[in-house]
Unconditional design. Structure first.
Ligand code: LLP
Length: 417
């Protein structure tokens, strides 16, 4: 996928700004997003599916910064949210409720109430208990919740086990066997308006086959439900399309679009998609500075970003490509790129081949725009790092680095301690 982080005359740019300049003003580490890349990915995805006239709801969990959400909202995207917090972010970013779907296995009554009051488009319900709770909450408000049941098609997404969701042993969705009966129940509940079917089998998929298998099963279910007189107006096909991190070659959005059109040909419905990573991952990088170079058993390059800032390598063995912000003629070396956190898992890349970095150099971890900032935390009492958005020659800090005073004032020491 094309992005707008490229070297010119040996210097890495974000669109038309030298990253060095941003680093000097903002300090390191920081996340940097390209507005042009975000917008382009939104357009590419919509275009790949245009035959279906889809509603594309960006998965807010991938990148929930208000500026990013507003930008994507302006391209016509809706939002897939999994908590009241994400719903409030989407609303605050100006995404209309009519383009918001609410996913997740553990929605609480208060969250349902908020979403119903906003009149969001659809709840993707994942269990019989949740369905009954939602019906009660809606009833108390004198409303009906528009519901799709999220089914679990029992397919292997062939991705990392921690981001697979579509096998029957996963906590997600309602089994295909149980779905027809639960649909029948749902039509009898006074607070529920049954509108559709939803599915999501996992994330970072690098082949179309698992999608195809799942979607064929969804199609059969839709046909069965319609034959039984249950109106299925929306078909939500989830997210999951993979991106190249470091050499992977996931299917192009256009190939995904063709497969979807083929599987659902002749079936009329409002199609919904929930891409997260495909929109945001390659629209962001993490810029970090080398603090120390250390030679022991192995050669370590210790940088100022840690596993708390970007959890993906520690959590999923993810491998993000790394480039020098200023290209050098240094001899290529094989190093381990590690953060300062006191955990052996705080290693971003093992056996990284790179022109030997020097202390003080800036490095960029690529493909960090999705599930980077949103999963970051302040372990080791490290401050959350800022986010910067670039467009052409301009940039803005879209989340500021907090101060140590901000950090300290969150805790309360009772007078009896
Ligand atoms: N819809 C639902 C219901 C989801 O659970 C997810 C992701 C998406 C859509 C968006 O999937 P995407 O298009 O981004 O693959 N933290 C992990 C990824 C977790 C994905 C969770 N659900 C990572 O960094 O790889």
């Amino acid at each position: 996928m094309m992005d707008y982080f490229n070297h010119r005359d040996g210097e890495l740019y974000a669109e038309d700004i030298v990253l060095h300049d941003i680093a000097n003003k903002v300090g390191t580490p920081f996340y940097c997003y390209s507005a042009a890349t975000l917008t382009r990915h939104a357009e590419v995805f919509k275009d790949a599916l245009k035959q279906l006239k889809p509603l594309v709801c960006f998965a807010v969990k991938a990148n929930s910064n208000l500026a990013v959400l507003k930008l994507l909202g302006k391209t016509g995207l809706g939002a897939d949210v999994v908590s009241e917090g994400e719903a409030r972010r989407a609303m605050a970013a100006g995404i209309p409720a009519s383009r918001i779907v609410f996913s997740g296995v553990g929605k609480q009554p208060g969250e349902m109430r908020y979403a119903l009051e906003q009149d969001i488009l659809q709840f993707n319900v994942e269990s019989a208990s949740e369905l009954h709770t939602l019906s009660e909450v809606a009833g108390l408000l004198g409303k009906k919740a528009r519901v799709a049941l999220r089914v679990n098609p029992d397919v292997d997404a062939a991705t990392h086990v921690k981001i697979s969701t579509g096998k029957k042993e996963n906590k997600f969705g309602i089994s295909m066997d149980d779905a027809p009966a639960l649909y029948a129940t749902a039509t009898l509940l006074s607070g529920i308006d049954v509108v559709g079917v939803s599915v999501h089998i996992g994330s970072q998929l690098t082949s179309l086959e698992p999608f195809r298998d799942a979607y064929l099963r969804v199609r059969s279910l839709v046909e069965l439900l319609r034959a039984r007189g249950i109106a299925v107006r929306t078909i939500d096909l989830g997210g999951g399309l993979g991106v190249p991190y470091d050499g992977e070659a996931p299917p192009l959005p256009s190939a995904y679009g063709e497969m979807v059109s083929e599987v659902f040909s002749g079936l009329n419905a409002q199609f919904i998609f929930e891409p997260g990573r495909m929109i945001a991952a390659n629209a962001g990088i993490l810029v970090t500075r080398v603090i120390y170079v250390k030679h022991s058993e192995r050669s370590y390059v210790i940088v100022d970003a840690g596993m708390n800032d970007l959890m993906r390598p520690a959590l999923y063995d993810a491998r993000h490509a790394v480039v020098a912000v200023t290209e050098t003629k240094a001899k290529e070396a094989v190093v381990d790129l590690a953060g300062p956190v006191c955990e052996s898992s705080d290693v971003f890349v093992k056996d990284l081949k790179i022109p030997m970095p020097q202390e003080g150099d800036l490095l960029a971890l690529r493909s960090a725009g999705a599930y980077g900032a949103t999963m970051s935390n302040s372990y080791n009492s490290r401050l959350l790092i800022p986010e910067v958005l670039v467009s052409g020659k301009k940039f803005s800090v879209i989340r500021a680095r907090p101060s140590y005073a901000d950090m300290l004032k969150q805790d309360v020491v009772p007078d009896w301690v």
